[in-house]
Design a protein around this ligand. Structure first.
Ligand code: G6P
Length: 576
């Protein structure tokens, strides 16, 4: 994970970097650091904690500098500490470096480097010493090419050279976008990091590196051959995301659901119509449909399988981190990666792997121009806007909607054309009851969510939210499976939330099974007058998900938890 940023230009380097890091914080918030080069020396500051708390410790605004790099960390190698925070500096102090990814052969490289002063436990520090050692004939690019040849693993790296006051970046496996602005060049893990400065972007591909000549960007491949990269113009909102009057992004983003859904509906009917049709045709034409995704997006994929099977299309969903162990992709396969960020490493690996075996790729993503979007034959954007809270909420709803529209374009199944309004009412009309329920459940340590059919993936999604945001051990399961083991855990007052759409009477006996063992059952159902549900049953998956999100939010708020940045997690997981 981790977010990296770099800048070369006439603006205030420290300020540009701090703004970029703020926008990259969703990639990790264990520690942060920046380095600028001024008077041919590296000036560096780093600290442990979230950016808002440590911003003043990273202040290098008084240094006159045209080049700098920054990093926000999600720890992989080495504990969370100032020593392990990036940037890392080479022994002679000429270079500083930030890294996103995992270097697999770092121990071997470290051994081969011999005498260097290592001050951290990270794999990344090895790279800065390597660059120093191999640049001894004065040529940094030679060192970079040698590193790219010898390194195993994934990286996107920015190197600051204080001698030449330059920034170099290189990429293999982790993202690197470069913004070309009137006041300089901006390097970052994603385009949002510099969206206030420019709309012109170059994306590095694997095994490429870039440097600045004069003020021009030069991109080369790992053999040193210049690659002609035409910048893409990207239309985006320049505004920095903010919470407006909401205390937390999670709550704001849940409340944005009706409006982002409306936007998505429009684009699927207009600007994305051709892609929707192409996607539909590909689903029909391929023998094998394999969804792949991680976390919340995997739950959306499970629902995709459910809908497609109903529509007469054979489909399966594989968790991306286990993809290689279970897949049988071939040239008759359509791989459907579902990913909010479009950058999740395990999903990218699954795409690469399937592509090599001849599969076609039709993806569903949110962040525009992401790696997965760029790797796909066709892509549908869920258009939910930037999501800041680590937990995916509005993007999950838009993933579900996109998947539902795809399947209904195949079998003509009904979908609620007024869904956005129905969900607005779901949020507003249930808020008080959900707060009451949150109060009742806030001290629970274990919770079970049960569902059948289309409600099963939702049960898993609500359980995931309760774990990651409310820190409650929750299990989302198929209601029919209770009697095969989990029932042994049900005691007096064990909370069991059951998801019961209209017409799904078969779950009733499972609810009875837990009730007769003393469980405290909470029925999320249109038949339970405690809750308001939209009339149309196709809305059930959306409405019950929202109730689960709100319940999680209010429990976490009641318990004073760090809702938007839960411990140990990051929004975009760019390591395997
Ligand atoms: C992380 C996030 C989850 C997300 C998952 C997959 O674990 O914390 O919220 O669902 O990654 O991310 P993606 O961007 O591929 O949907």
């Amino acid at each position: 994970m981790c977010g990296i940023a770099g800048y070369y230009g006439s603006g205030n380097t420290c300020e540009v970097l701090l703004n970029s890091l703020k926008r990259l914080e969703y990639r990790g918030y264990d520690s942060a650091g920046i380095a600028v080069s001024s008077d041919f020396e590296i000036h560096i500051k780093k600290a442990v904690g979230e950016l808002d708390d440590i911003k003043s410790d990273l202040d290098l605004k008084d240094k006159k500098s045209k080049a700098g790099i920054g990093h926000t960390r999600w720890a992989t190698h080495g504990e969370v500490s100032e020593e392990n925070a990036h940037p890392h500096v080479s022994c002679c102090g000429r270079f500083a470096l930030v890294h996103n990814g995992i270097l697999e052969n770092w121990e071997e490289m470290k051994r081969e480097l011999g005498e260097h002063r290592f001050t951290s436990e990270t794999d990344s520090e090895v790279v800065v010493h390597f660059i120093e050692q191999r640049s001894q004939d004065g040529c940094v690019e030679t060192a970079i090419r040698e590193f790219m040849k010898e390194a195993k693993g994934s990286y996107s790296i920015a190197v600051l050279d204080s001698k030449r006051e330059e920034v170099f970046v290189m990429k293999n496996g982790s993202p690197m976008a470069i913004g070309i602005g009137s006041d300089g060049l901006f390097f970052a893990s994603d385009i949002h990091a510099f969206s206030e400065h420019t709309e012109n972007v170059v994306f590095l591909d694997d095994n490429e590196y870039a440097t600045v000549r004069g003020s021009e960007l030069v991109v080369k491949n790992h053999k040193g051959k210049i690659v002609d990269k035409q910048p893409k113009t990207i239309k985006w909102s320049k505004k920095s995301p903010n919470k407006k009057n909401f205390e937390h992004y999670m709550y704001k983003e849940i409340n944005e659901i009706p409006s982002v859904l409306r936007k998505l509906e429009k684009t699927l009917d207009r600007s994305q119509k051709n892609d929707l049709n192409k996607f539909r045709d590909m689903l029909k034409e391929h023998e094998k449909i394999i969804f792949t995704a991680s976390g919340t997006s995997y739950h959306a994929s499970l629902l995709g399988v459910y809908f497609l099977q109903k529509a007469g299309i054979e489909a399966q969903a594989l968790i991306a981190s286990e993809f290689k162990n279970y897949e049988r992709a071939d040239d008759k396969t359509l791989l459907v990666p579902v990913s909010q960020s479009g950058e999740t490493k395990d999903v990218i690996e699954a795409v690469n792997h399937s592509r090599k075996k001849g599969a076609d790729i039709a993806s569903i993503t949110n962040v525009p121009h992401s790696t997965i979007e760029r790797m796909s034959d066709v892509n549908l954007r869920i258009n939910a806007g930037q999501e800041i809270c680590v937990a995916a909420t509005k993007t999950f709803i838009n993933q579900l909607y996109t998947i539902m529209r795809l399947s209904s374009s195949i079998d003509g199944a009904n979908y609620n054309a007024d869904l956005a309004n129905a969900l607005k009412n779901t949020i507003q009309k249930n808020e008080d009851k959900i707060k009451e329920l949150a109060e009742e459940l806030s001290d629970e340590e274990d919770l079970y969510i049960i569902g059948k059919g289309e409600a099963y993936p939702i049960a898993r999604e609500i359980a995931l939210k309760l774990k990651e945001i409310a820190y409650i051990h929750a299990e989302g399961m198929m209601a029919g499976e209770l009697k095969h083991g989990t029932l042994a855990l049900i005691e007096d007052n064990t909370p069991v939330v059951s998801l019961i759409p209209d017409g799904n009477s078969s779950i009733a006996s499972n609810v009875k099974e837990v009730e007769s063992r003393g469980a405290n059952t909470i029925k999320l159902s249109p038949h339970n007058k405690d809750f308001w549900f939209p009339e149309r049953n196709e809305s059930f998956v959306f409405a019950s998900t929202i109730l689960g999100f709100l319940l999680t939010y209010w429990i976490a708020k009641r318990n004073g938890l760090p809702i938007d940045k839960p411990r140990n997690l990051a929004k975009s997981v760019t390591v395997q």
